[in-house]
Design a protein around this ligand. Structure first.
Ligand code: NAD
Length: 468
C-alpha cells in the first residue's frame, strides 16, 4: 500500500489548490480525480460560462456602436467556432492544473475514491483494479456538488438540459425557457438572449436571485425585459410535452392558472447538491447533515479528526473562491501550521448583464441584525468613465453602521462590478470606515470612483450627485 502525508479527493477549485499548497509545504500528497482536473469550475462552470459571456458582450456591443458613431454590419455568430474557442480555453486550463500539481510535487491519480478508514482510501482505477492508499496526516474531501434534476424535467441532453450541456450548445435555440431564476439561469439565459434566443425565465420564488440586494436584481431584470424576455415569478414548472416538430410545450402555473409555453430548449437551473454520496462516509462515521453537506470546524476538520472537507461539499456558499481559500487553509492545518477560516466576507460576483457583485451585509440583513444603518448610493449614470464606456446602467451601494460609519456591505450592479468588489472585500476585511474609502484617492476617470463617491454619499458629501 502506498503511503502519503495527505490525500485529497477531488481536483476542483477546492481540491487542486489544497494539493498544491500541501506539496509546497513539503507534504507527500496524492490528489485523486475521477474526471478531468479542474472540477465544475474549469470544465463546465465558471470559466466556460465566462467565455460565452464575454463573447455575448462582444457580439452585442459590436452591433450597438451606432450611437458612438461606429457602424458595423454583417456581424455573424458562428456557434461551432465559439465552442471550439471555449474548449481550447478549458483544455489549456485543465492541462495547466495537471502541470501545476506535478510542478509542485503533488501526485495526480485518475480514479474514483472511497474512504474505507480514517486514514485509508480505496481508488477504483479506470482499468477496473483497485489501489489502496493511506494518508498518515489527513484525507481532504473536495468532491464539490452536482446539478439538481427535477423529476418532471429529466435531462435528455437535447431539449431538456442542465448547465453542463448549456455551455456546450453548438446551435442557438430560437426559444429558450430557463427553470430557475438563480445565478446559472440568469447568467446563461442572458448569454443566449444576447445571441438571439427568445428568453423565458420561470422562478418559483417571488423574486429572482433571492438573497441579492433587490435594487441590484431590478436592474438586471429590466435588461432582460428590455431585450424582449419574459419573466414569471412565483411560478411552477409542472411538466412538458414534446411536440411533433421537436419543440417542447412547457406547462407552467402562475397565479393559480396553468399555461403552456412552447420553446425549443429548456435549461433546468434549480441549484446544486453536495457530492457526498458514495464516498463511504457512513462507514467511517463522518457526519453529513440533512442536505448532504459535511459540517466542519474552523480548521476544516470534520467530526473525524483525520478527515477534512472543503468547498461546495462542506456547505454554502457554493463558490469556487470560497473552496480555494478553504483548500489552502486545510493544507496549512495538515502541514502543522496555525490556520483557520477567519474571513469577514465572501464576495460574490454574478455575471449577468450588467454584472452584480456583493460583499458583506445587504440593507435587509443589517436591519435584521438590529443595526442602525446609513446607505450611500452612486449611480453609474453620473460617472464620466461609465458614460465614456456607454455603460451607465447600475450603481454602487454602500451600507454602513450609522453611528460608527464602519462599512458593513457593498452591492454593485453595473460594468465591471465583479472586478470592483475586491476593493469592497478588502475594506470589510480591514474593518474600513466610510472615510477610509472616501478619503482614498481613486484615479480619475475610472469606474472605481463610484465606490469613493458612494462612501461619500453615505456621509452626505458626494461631489457628483445630490446629497440628502
Ligand atoms: P441557485 O440556487 O442560484 O438558483 C436556483 C433557483 O431556482 C432559485 O432561485 C430557486 O428558487 C429556483 N428554483 C428551485 N426549484 C425550482 C422549480 N422547481 N421551479 C422554478 N424555480 C425553481 O442555483 P443555480 O443557479 O443552479 O446555481 C447553483 C450554484 O452554483 C449556486 O449555489 C451558485 O452560487 C453557484 N454558481 C455561482 C456562480 C457565480 O458566482 N457567478 C455562477 C454559477 C453558479
Amino acid at each position: 500500500m502506498k503511503t502519503y502525508d495527505a490525500i485529497v479527493i477531488g481536483a476542483g477549485p477546492g481540491g487542486y489548490p489544497c494539493a498544491i499548497r500541501l506539496a509546497q509545504l513539503k507534504q507527500k500528497t496524492l490528489c485523486i480525480e475521477k474526471e478531468q482536473p479542474g472540477g465544475v469550475c474549469l470544465n463546465w462552470g465558471c470559466i466556460p460560462s465566462k467565455a460565452l459571456i464575454s463573447a455575448a458582450h462582444l457580439y452585442e456591443k459590436s452591433q450597438a456602436g451606432g450611437s458612438m458613431g461606429i457602424k458595423v454590419s454583417g456581424v455573424e455568430l458562428d456557434p461551432e467556432q465559439l465552442q471550439n474557442w471555449k474548449e481550447g480555453i478549458v483544455k489549456k486550463l485543465t492541462g495547466g492544473v495537471r502541470s501545476l500539481l506535478k510542478g509542485n510535487g503533488a501526485e495526480l491519480m485518475t480514479g474514483t475514491a472511497t474512504i474505507v478508514g480514517p486514514n485509508r482510501v480505496d481508488v477504483a482505477l479506470p482499468d477496473g483494479s483497485v489501489e489502496q492508499v493511506e494518508a498518515t496526516k489527513g484525507i481532504v474531501i473536495a468532491t464539490g456538488s452536482t446539478t439538481i434534476e427535477i423529476p418532471t424535467f429529466k435531462f435528455d441532453g437535447d431539449a431538456i438540459i442542465g448547465a453542463k450541456e448549456a455551455v456546450s450548445l453548438r446551435r442557438i435555440p430560437k426559444r429558450l425557457l430557463v427553470i430557475g431564476g438563480g445565478v446559472i439561469g440568469l447568467e446563461l439565459g442572458m448569454v443566449y438572449q444576447a445571441f438571439g434566443s427568445q428568453l423565458t425565465v420561470v422562478e418559483a420564488l417571488p423574486e429572482l436571485l433571492t438573497g441579492v440586494d433587490p435594487d441590484c436584481t431590478k436592474v438586471v431584470e429590466k435588461r432582460i425585459l428590455k431585450r424582449g424576455g419574459t419573466i414569471y415569478k412565483g411560478a411552477k414548472a409542472l411538466g412538458y410535452e414534446k411536440q411533433k416538430d421537436g419543440s417542447v410545450g412547457v406547462k407552467i402555473q402562475v397565479d393559480g392558472k396553468e399555461q403552456t409555453i412552447v420553446v425549443d430548449t429548456v435549461l433546468v437551473a434549480v441549484g446544486m447538491r453536495p457530492s457526498s454520496k458514495g464516498l463511504g462516509l457512513e462507514k467511517v462515521g463522518v457526519t453529513v447533515d440533512q442536505r448532504g453537506f459535511i459540517p466542519t470546524d474552523r480548521t476544516g476538520r470534520t467530526n473525524i479528526p483525520s478527515i477534512y472537507a472543503v468547498g461546495d461539499v462542506s456547505g454554502p456558499p457554493l463558490l469556487a473562491h470560497k473552496a480555494t481559500k478553504e483548500g489552502e487553509i486545510v493544507a496549512e492545518v495538515i502541514a502543522g501550521h496555525k490556520a483557520e477560516k477567519d474571513w469577514v466576507a465572501i464576495p460574490g460576483a454574478i455575471f449577468t448583464d450588467p454584472e452584480i457583485a456583493t460583499a458583506g451585509l445587504t440593507e435587509a440583513e443589517a436591519k435584521a441584525k438590529g443595526l442602525e444603518i446609513s446607505v450611500g448610493k452612486f449611480p453609474f449614470a453620473a460617472l464620466g468613465k461609465a458614460m465614456a464606456m456607454n455603460e451607465t446602467e447600475g450603481f454602487v451601494k454602500i451600507v454602513a453602521d450609522k453611528k460608527t460609519k464602519q462599512v458593513l456591505g457593498v452591492h454593485i450592479v453595473g460594468p465591471e462590478a465583479s472586478t470592483m468588489i475586491s476593493e469592497a472585500a478588502l475594506s470589510l476585511e480591514m474593518a474600513a470606515f466610510l472615510e477610509d474609502i472616501s478619503l482614498t484617492i481613486h484615479p480619475h476617470p475610472t469606474l472605481g470612483e463610484s465606490l469613493m463617491e458612494a462612501a461619500a454619499h453615505a456621509m452626505g458629501a458626494a461631489i457628483h450627485i445630490a446629497n440628502r
